[in-house]
Design a protein around this ligand. Sequence first.
Ligand SMILES: [Zn+2]
Ligand SMILES: [Zn+2]
Length: 337
Amino acid sequence: MKYIVCEKPHEFLLKQKPVPQRKPGESLLKIRKIGICGTDIHAYGGTQPYFNYPRVLGHELAAEYIEGEALGFNMGDRVTFIPYFNCSKCIACRNGLTNCCVNMQVFGVHIDGGMAEYVCVKDDYLLHGEGLNYDELALVEPLAIAAHAVRRAGVTKNDTVLVMGAGPIGIGLVQFAQQAGAMVIVMDINDHRLNFCREELGVKALINPYKADVIESLAALTNGDMPTVIFDATGNRNVMNSAFNYMAHGGRFVLVGLQKGELAFSHPDFHKRESTLMSSRNATRQDFDYVLQSLRSGTIDPKRYITHRGSFESMIEQFNDWIDPKNNAIKIIIDVD
Ligand SMILES: [Zn+2]
Ligand SMILES: [Zn+2]
């Protein structure tokens, strides 16, 4: 079978190896679609912290069930799976927080992933894809990241939510916060992405921090109250540090994006607000189930996210072009046929 390995930063290679042999408790899947994620782009660019090469990337996967004994799964079924392989033994796993397992192995990040024609996956991580197509199934994982963060923040209709960064994760945050009934404000330095939020997601409150004073804009949009929930989906340290001052009194600040450095904020300003700071990592089965249900009922329609696509074979030569910011990619999908 064919597979693509990220040999070292800025180098993908198309290689051949035998179809993997499944072990007991595993199923053999044929990969049909691969979503390209910020993590893949950082790994390719050499900017992903603690990343080892060579590595087969790919964790946003839609697949066809080929062979195995997983209960309720049949040959030819459309599936996806939870790519966060947890140990089931650590303190987090014992408390049901499989998303932040101490010994987390993310498929396509810590271990080789799904840029391959076939993969073997433990049955425990499989998800039924019935009623959904392969494009939708490849978008389940990034949506689950967003759904988890919105659930973790406890967003309700009484919240005014600021989403900072309108990439694929930010767009998911917008949709799940809207679904929770909140009023949503989006901030991004890219007008193309702001326009996408206006036109496709119906967001009325948009801020480009290069063009307007952020605190004044937020005050004007919230009657001086400021946002009760802030999500960072930029992964940019300066943006995160500034956002401590964007929060309403009694507000929550949720870090979804990740950066390598330290954060700094004024303790008195943080304290007087009785602020809550939290990070949000990966997602649990509950979040995946919620995403699948939202897709099936049509309340979330992510097909519009897909701006670029190509074949497995052409990915290597097109990759640099796709990730060039001037091409305004939101989600890139690889078709593996
Ligand atoms: Zn991803
Ligand atoms: Zn664990």
